[in-house]
Design a protein around this ligand. Structure first.
Ligand SMILES: *Cc1c(COP(=O)(O)O)cnc(C)c1O
Length: 359
């Protein structure tokens, strides 16, 4: 890998201030990684270089036909000061799957992980230290062939950037969700399983509708029968049936239209480790309403890399308003959240071998 160090890195005192109050996506580290692919030559040697703008021809295909994919993952500071990634091979695999679906070239999984390790090592001073804080890593790839013909690109750019991320979860912040019966996120045969920018672009109008209804997030239902619960915004959903040690923790089954979240997958194991029954199953709108009204469903939460676990306090839709319990974050939600965070930050044993030490 080629390494060109920045001559204009952020001065230490300024960086320390940014890392102490990182927010999310507000500051970017001093470096980035770029690799170019062409049909003729394949992948170039990746280069780590100073963070900065990219110059693209206005006719670059990504601007017109949206051929783009991305990933989201985090590096966590451990109690001994070392830095680890969480299940980076899972992100590498998913990135390759997304590339196949969007007719982009596959980046070898070793290259994906190698570039992430290089960037995190180089910019390790940007990794915050408190529980819930992390360095958020954003790999992405897009079509750069110049031309307006609609066809798979013969040229692409892979890039990697990183931003320090704060612990923005406040336990009292359970979200209210809008179950959208108007818009659809994904249909069978579509791009729902891929992490592509287009999915997000198509979701924004529904997000806007949710905000107009006084909600924080949109919940997606399936495209065909319009009754199965799929996801919340860019996060997967979990439900808790019952209370205490006998509770069952369940999540909508992966049908091909859900994005297979790595947090979702990790929670299947974490919840089982904690002694709960765990199920992947079909969850209908009626199950949600009847469940919270009868008290059978006691907790609901969403999960994803960025926020880890977010409690769902209330659901609204054209069919009515359904609070979850008393609307505050439930004990099992918080226990799962704290366990997963503990594993990621190295305060709880990593029995599944999920952590990969970088530095
Ligand atoms: C990224 C994403 C998720 C969560 O995936 P994680 O790997 O847990 O971060 C869930 N749903 C959608 C639509 C996503 O894009």
């Amino acid at each position: 890998m080629k390494i060109t160090k920045s001559k204009r890195a952020v001065p230490e005192a300024d960086r320390a201030k940014m890392v102490a109050k990182p927010g999310f996506g507000k500051y970017y580290t001093d470096h980035m990684v770029v690799a170019e692919w062409t049909e003729e030559k394949g992948w170039s040697e990746p280069e780590l270089k100073p963070y900065g703008p990219v110059s693209l021809d206005p006719a670059a295909m990504v601007f017109h036909y949206g051929q783009e994919i991305f990933e989201g993952m985090k590096a966590y500071r451990q109690p001994d000061g070392s830095i680890t990634l969480f299940r980076p091979e899972a992100n590498a695999k998913r990135f390759a799957n997304s590339a196949r679906r969007l007719a982009l070239p596959e980046l070898p999984e070793e290259t994906f992980i190698e570039t992430i390790e290089a960037l995190v090592k180089q910019d390790s001073a940007w990794v915050p230290g408190k529980i819930g804080e992390s360095l958020y890593i954003r790999p992405f790839m897009f079509a750069t062939e110049v031309g307006l013909g609609v066809r798979p690109t013969n040229r692409a750019l892979y890039m990697l950037i990183a931003t320090p991320a704060g612990a923005y979860f406040k336990p009292e912040d359970a979200v209210t969700v809008w179950i959208s019966t108007e818009y659809v996120r994904a249909a069978i045969g579509g791009t729902g399983e891929a992490k592509c920018g287009g999915n997000y672009a198509a979701s924004l109008v529904a997000q806007k509708e949710a905000a107009l209804k006084g909600c924080d997030q949109v919940v997606w239902i399936d495209a065909k029968e319009r009754r199965w619960i799929e996801e919340m915004g860019g996060m997967n959903l979990y439900f808790v049936k019952g209370k205490g040690a006998d509770a069952t923790v369940f999540t909508p089954k992966l049908t091909g239209t859900l994005l297979p979240g790595i947090t979702r997958d990790s929670i299947l194991s974490v919840a089982a480790d904690l002694g709960y029954k765990v199920e992947e199953t079909m969850v209908s709108i009626d199950d949600w309403r009847d469940g919270v009204e009868s008290g059978l469903i006691t907790e609901i939460f969403a999960c994803g890399t960025a926020a880890v676990v977010t409690p769902v306090g209330c659901a609204k839709s054209v069919m009515g308003t359904w609070p979850t319990g008393d609307g505050t974050p439930g004990p099992i939600t918080m226990q799962i959240r704290n366990t997963l965070l503990g594993i990621q930050h190295g305060t709880i044993p990593d029995t599944h071998n999920w952590l990969k030490k970088v530095l």
